[in-house]
Ligand binder design. Structure first.
Ligand SMILES: [Zn+2]
Length: 245
């Protein structure tokens, strides 16, 4: 099946055992099911467009924008820009709009009986502000209380990256990452903090180079247990010490 752009949504399958497992020692995240339950990125609902058609349409319109700005599209430095921008949008910075780009994730049974908090800090991501289409550069910090299931560590990075590769506001990205991890790990005991530098604040408008925005989403024991909450936040780097660029 060819991928769609933008995503078609939908899907009804449940979590399923990984191939070769007859008992629930492992399961694979069903992406369609997972994404239908997550706070949506606002989409038009128009029929989906395949990636190559999307690139051609974006290039055509970007060429028009450049012409309106008075740029010479015959110049050899500028002539390839519409196609470059279109490819960058579809294949790179907005590829998270396509459900088929969600990482393949297998969650395995917690046979090692690890039952404490697991924290991953300084997950680097690059996103795009949906208000200005300028970069957001940030670090995500995620934690969960290990119970029945564990996730390969790099999968946290991949989930963060998937939602970063959309036009975003930081608040929604934080919620989407949290909701995805809660579903994948089948627990409410999940915490997500995002520190980010917004180029629309740094390079235009107010022009403040030093502003870092912190957002958080906590649930389960991270909300109800003050000492766990304190332990989590005290394990994080302070926002002003996070190297975002
Ligand atoms: Zn912005």
């Amino acid at each position: 099946m060819s991928p769609t752009f933008p995503p078609s949504g939908g899907g009804h399958a449940n979590w399923s055992p990984a191939p070769g497992h007859t008992r629930s020692e492992a399961y694979q995240a069903d992406v369609q099911e997972l994404l239908t339950r997550i706070t949506p990125t606002p989409m038009s609902g128009h029929p989906s467009m395949d990636p190559e058609t999307a690139k051609a349409e974006i290039a055509k319109r970007h060429r028009e924008i450049m012409e309106i700005l008075g740029l010479n599209l015959e110049d050899d430095s500028l002539s390839g820009t519409p196609d470059r921008v279109a490819k960058m949008y579809v294949d790179e910075i907005f590829r998270g709009l396509r459900n088929d780009e969600f990482p393949k994730i297998t969650v395995v049974e917690n046979k090692m009986r690890y039952d404490e908090m697991l924290i991953e800090v300084n997950i680097t991501f690059n996103s795009t502000c949906e208000h200005h289409f300028l970069p957001i550069m940030g670090k995500a910090h995620v934690a969960y209380l290990c119970k029945g299931w564990v996730l390969g560590l790099s999968k946290f990075n991949r989930v963060v990256d998937f939602f970063a590769k959309r036009p975003q506001v930081q608040e929604r990205a934080t919620v989407q990452i949290h909701e995805a991890l809660s579903q994948i790990l089948r627990t409410d005991d999940v915490a997500v903090v995002v520190d980010a530098l917004h180029c629309c604040v740094k390079t235009r408008g107010i022009g403040d180079e030093g502003t870092i925005t912190r957002t958080s989403r906590l649930s389960g024991n991270f909300l109800s247990n003050p000492s766990l909450r304190t332990e989590f936040f005290s394990a994080l780097p302070q926002p002003h010490t996070v190297h975002l660029i």
